[in-house]
Design a protein around this ligand. Sequence first.
Ligand code: MLT
Ligand code: ZN
Length: 244
Amino acid sequence: TSQEVENEREFNYVEGSGKGPEDWGHIHEEWRLCKNGEMQSPIDLTHERVQVVSRLGRLKRGYKPSNATLKNRGHDIMLKWVDDAGSINVNGTEYKLKQLHWHSPSEHTINGSSYDLEVHMVHESSDNKFAVVGIMYTIGRPDTFLSELMGQIKSLADRHDMEIAAGVVDPRHLKMGSRKYYRYLGSLTTPPCTEGVIWTIVRKVRTVSREQVRLLRLAVEDNAERNARPTQAVNEHDEREWNY
Ligand code: MLT
Ligand code: ZN
């Protein structure tokens, strides 16, 4: 989308490199929200401003299998649907599923603890508003959705900007589990850190194998130790409160 960054090499997760999270807001004028935004993500999900909501079914997921590509964006691996992969409906607004990508370790934390992996399913409305669904993973049995993509992800290792066909990928194969989730209003976690993003983080923590996490990390630039933005301060006077 227009709000995504074209040259991903312009930022990284290395502290002190001049391009790390603490500097994102200074790199481009259009990225200033990364430093002076008022509802930045990620955050600790146990914060009182975060709502715990039952019935994920209310998201009204209407996903379908569709053609996708896999891309090494340098800072992450992204699975992007080329054709219509369906949508979710949040509070009466339709958000189309565009792409998903992985962060390791997790960006959001729960009670101060981070997890080994977090997937973000990025949805966008016709008026360019974002709704992101996040799922957290801890080391254990392999994630079956990732298992099917391992060969292709391997072929992307260290190939910044390379994009390959991934065939038909069914977003319904991504297991979400429980119907409980955290909900708050935040931002994109990468530049330009656009605000007004509706976050939905599934409460049930799933598992991923050590090998799968290792591969996702190895694939990105400089064998990145991490591609997770640190948690952001919550402005006590902000507008995160959400009416259901
Ligand atoms: C996010 O989840 O906020 C992202 O990392 C945005 C993106 O896809 O670039
Ligand atoms: Zn993300």
